[in-house]
Write a protein that binds this ligand. Structure first.
Ligand code: PMP
Length: 446
């Protein structure tokens, strides 16, 4: 195909999804997308968790078309506009009650990474401290500051001293307990360790400006933190006067079966980072933070494209739709269906070792049978084989986690029960095929 080979020739080797899914994609509706040959795929990637309502949702499309039909400003730096007013009101009405009346919002350059940069910068400015704490397996973006908080070493390779000033802490990954236990004690051990690191006068680690955390690690392999662990982390950071930045770029707006994933634990962060779904499929990112932190001066986090009006219109329409159709509860319900179907499948295949997640953010970890390790060795090659079989079968999803051994389901919140059934059928066929043929254990780029 001419378009495909031209793009393959001129596009960077740093591109990611296009290397795996080598088709020309021409249309999308709901959770179905089509390539140029007419093959249809169920999209469980949703633009990396962005498309809460799937592709081309009518309500969002109508709102955008209506807006484009007028002479509204399409880009407006950070100027006040009716679109921004409506968006902020809609977003604030969805925030947990404790945050609604005491928060400030900053529109950032339209990527999750830039909002993470803003959050780190604000924390440093407010506390007058420079270091940061992040978690093994964490993903916060690709710009320098955000990358410094990234667990995955591959994108940092050859980038010099990019992680200087960031201290990494053990995330409560029960399946692969960082303390070598069977997972029962992982949460408590992690909390005890964090408490020690932060309070030991001889611990060698200076007090950071902030701790940055995902409630469910996404790219890190769909690893949820328990409510107990999150509450304890909030407690310790408050005790120690350290800001807590919660990165809900991927989990925000219904994905995990609550509007925001922090609601599972009832915690209130100092800074909440949002992007992906809040722009209704268009680029938008913000930080929402406690108003007493608002001590920085004009221009301390600027950027040209902070006024993406179409994204504000689309985001507000998305939030309205989520509320009207009760899609958060629907996501929780569909997530349970999907998860229990996956458990059924796992019973038939020994190499599926863990299924975990929250709502419609579910990960399936694939392992080689291990003799002396409960979890076995991560099997990125077989996970990749399953992913490619899924794609052949008309199911699109990505891998993540350690060695790319976790298959990640991120369907739109609008997925129907029938679609859950189709996803499970296609997935099982793909797993069966990958089980029959021993995959080539080449090391793959994650
Ligand atoms: N934080 C989290 C939790 C993410 O999942 C991502 C993107 N996958 C980012 C930050 C970075 O967002 P972006 O790719 O828009 O820069």
């Amino acid at each position: 195909m001419e378009e495909l080979s031209y793009l393959k020739k001129v596009e960077s080797n740093a591109r990611t999804y296009a290397q795996t899914f080598q088709r020309l994609f021409v249309s999308g509706k709901g959770m179905r997308i089509k390539d140029a040959s007419g093959q249809e795929f169920l999209d469980c990637l949703s633009n990396a968790g962005t498309l809460a309502l799937g592709h081309n949702p009518p309500a969002v499309k109508d709102a955008v078309m209506d807006f484009l039909g007028g002479d509204h400003l399409q880009q407006a730096l950070d100027l006040a506009t009716p679109a921004k007013h409506a968006f902020v009101q809609e977003l604030f009405s969805m925030l947990p009650a404790k945050m609604r009346d005491t928060s400030k919002i900053l529109f950032c350059g339209p990527s999750g990474s830039d909002a993470v940069e803003a959050a780190i910068k604000l924390a440093r400015h407010y506390t007058k401290r420079s270091t940061l704490m992040a978690f093994h397996g964490g993903y916060h973006g690709m710009t320098a500051g955000a990358l410094s908080a990234m667990g995955n070493l591959s994108p940092k390779a050859g980038n010099g001293l990019i992680a200087q000033g960031t201290h990494f802490l053990p995330f409560p990954y029960r399946f692969r307990c960082p303390f070598g236990t069977d997972g029962e004690q992982t949460d408590q051990l992690s909390i005890d360790y964090i408490r020690t690191v932060l309070s030991d006068p001889e611990g060698g680690v200076t007090k950071p400006a902030a701790v940055i955390v995902e409630v469910v690690q996404g790219e890190g392999g769909c690893i949820p933190a328990s409510a107990h662990w999150l509450r304890a982390l909030r407690e310790i950071t408050l005790e120690q006067d350290i800001l807590l930045i919660v990165d809900e770029v991927q989990t925000g707006l219904g994905r995990t079966g609550t509007t925001f994933a922090i609601e599972h634990a009832g915690i209130v962060p100092d800074i909440l980072v949002l992007s992906k779904a809040i722009g209704g499929g268009y680029p938008l990112s913000v930080i929402v933070y406690a108003d007493h932190l608002d001590t920085w001066s004009p221009g301390m986090h600027a950027g040209t494209f902070r006024g993406n009006q179409v994204a504000m219109i689309a985001g507000a329409a998305t939030m309205r739709q989520i509320r009207q159709d009760n899609l958060v509860a629907h996501a929780a319900h569909m997530g349970k269906r999907l998860e229990s179907g996956l458990h059924e499948i796992a019973r038939r295949f020994q190499f599926i070792s863990d299924i975990r997640g929250r709502g419609l953010m579910i990960g399936v970890e694939v392992t080689k049978p291990g003799a002396n390790q409960r979890a076995g060795q991560a099997d990125g090659a077989r996970a990749r084989a399953i992913k490619l079989n899924c794609f052949d079968n008309g199911l699109m999803m990505e891998t993540g986690g350690r060695h790319g051994a976790v298959l990640r389901f991120l369907p739109p919140l609008t997925i129907t029960e029938a679609e859950v059934g189709m996803v499970l059928d296609r997935f099982e066929q793909a797993v069966r095929k990958a089980g029959e043929t021993r995959p080539h254990y080449a090391r793959e780029a994650v």
